[in-house]
Design a protein around this ligand. Sequence first.
Ligand SMILES: Nc1nc2c(ncn2[C@@H]2O[C@H](COP(=O)(O)OP(=O)(O)OP(=O)(O)O)[C@@H](O)[C@H]2O)c(=O)[nH]1
Ligand SMILES: [Mg+2]
Length: 628
Amino acid sequence: MDVAVRPLRVALVGNPNSGKTALFNALTGAHQKVANYAGVTVERKEGRVLAASGRSMSVLDLPGTYSLRARSPDEEVTRDAVLGRLVGEAVPDVIVAVADATNLRLVLRLILELKAVGRPMVLALNMYDIAQRQGLRIDLERLRAELGVPIVTTVATRRRGIEDLVAEIETAAGPGWTSGGETWTAPDAEAIREAHRRAEQIMRAAVRPPERPDTLTGRIDGVLLHPVIGLVVLMALLFVMFQAVFAWATPAMDAIEAGFGLIGAGVSAVVPDSGPVWPLVQSLIVDGVIAGVGGVLVFLPQIVILFAFIILLEDFGYMARAAFLMDRIMGGAGLHGRAFIPLLSSFACAIPGVMAARVIDAKRDRLTTIMVAPLMTCSARIPVYTLIIGAFIPQQTVWGFANLQGLVMFGLYAAGIVSALLVSFVIRKVFWRGAVEPFMMELPAYKTPDAKSVLLNLWIRARIFMERAARIILPLMILVWAASTFPYPPEGATQPAIDYSFAGMIGHALEPIFAPIGFNWQMVVALVPGMAAREVAVAALGTVYAIADVESAGSLLGATLAAQWSLATGLSFLAWYVFAPQCVATLGVVKRELNSWKWMWVMVVYMFALAYLASFATYRIAVALGGG
Ligand SMILES: Nc1nc2c(ncn2[C@@H]2O[C@H](COP(=O)(O)OP(=O)(O)OP(=O)(O)O)[C@@H](O)[C@H]2O)c(=O)[nH]1
Ligand SMILES: [Mg+2]
């Protein structure tokens, strides 16, 4: 390729949690996920920068690693990117070693390894603001001399030092490029010891310990990592989170509902309701789009509140502590300590959760984690849970302070967590035995969350939710509406029109399978498109009931369900959604990550079996107790 037009290839390499992604975002204007724990990035991501000189650069953000001697799948990505082993990808022209300036010891060894690769290199001394605040003295000249690489100090989150870094990268690359695969051989034990010695020597020569060491982190940890107090704080945080999801979201949800109600009424008023086509158009808009998509968008405030909590805790640096606290319990259930972050990510969505399992190096531990990740309560379940809780659980205060609906929500999340622990315990017992690896996660220093970055993250979450509504839910709802409307009932039909439609036929055909767990045919109609994405079930229920019974159109779905379903049926539906693998996208990712159809099918079968059993038990018990 013509050297003059080919963009300069730059790879960001460094220890986990050193700010590579923050730097990548600052360089390229991307919005990749940044958070204060190790193992956030598990894939390579590429972005473009235009240097002031007009030269174009292609920047790679990579998973964090301590060494090129990779152990886990995410570290292999980094190693292969550095060595130019990725398919269709050449070796980088410049390696940017990203270092947390407050934590140089470990990264020096990595830098020495990277130097052995022989590419031009620049050291970005990131988190320089924290280093300065602590009074850490780094002799930059000395460090530069010892390492033999140019150094730029950066504060990625404040975009400080970015231009200098770009300029240094250009200088390091020189006018021309030499390409070709790199030969790098893993160092032997003696070479590793030598690198240790060299790193210690450089530390002593160039770094003076801080005048004000970070005692705050230690003091906070004394409380938050305490085996008893720490767990109490963790439980209290979760409790407050679910209370907030219910208590604070209500006004905003009411406003959104009222908004969609107004739009629906407006459409009904504007569109004539006579003629062969107009009533159909009106039904499509009011019963299909508004009852469906609006019925899901109503849950946006809850999603935002839940994520605000999660993002704040992540940025503060609490999540790694929660992982530490849970390690004993998770280890007892046969889960690797590093499974915590993948499982935590699954609260957003099982897909990033399954991918985050790449940080686990032991194959079996990774498999176990992936198999249970979809049991964690993803945000697509929130609309389903909230709808049913709102319809069947009274809005009342228990024990004088707790909101009962919030408690039930807490219980559903707990059910997901407990079942994940139980299933992994069984997987361990049935498929393999042996000790779980000891916990090895670095505890990051506490950081004050940055308001701008929190808001940006929140916005990204909200946008994902709304885009799903537009891309997945809207088209599916048009299908559901059509299937529920056509064919028209025959002359002289006695039942509601929907009974004669395709949807009605499918629902009635499958109803016997679901009757033992208390589901009626309308619910079965909702489950089928709900396989695409869980919240579609809520949208589909909205449409099915809107078409079946005009008076319940739009915002009153909860009230309709409360009138049409027994309490036992409502609870059974909740139990179904705790366990059922109602998401084809997750199954696709599981197949891809494990490279195995077999394990994907094992997941489908075990989750459906659990769902059916749990719903059956819930329904029967509720009926026996008088809830039928
Ligand atoms: N104060 C300060 N915080 C920073 C700076 N750079 C990054 N951070 C914060 O440090 C944490 C880690 O940043 P990331 O960019 O996610 O780190 P990473 O190296 O990509 O981490 P992995 O993907 O897990 O390897 C986040 O909470 C950032 O907001 C910095 O220069 N100063
Ligand atoms: Mg990252």
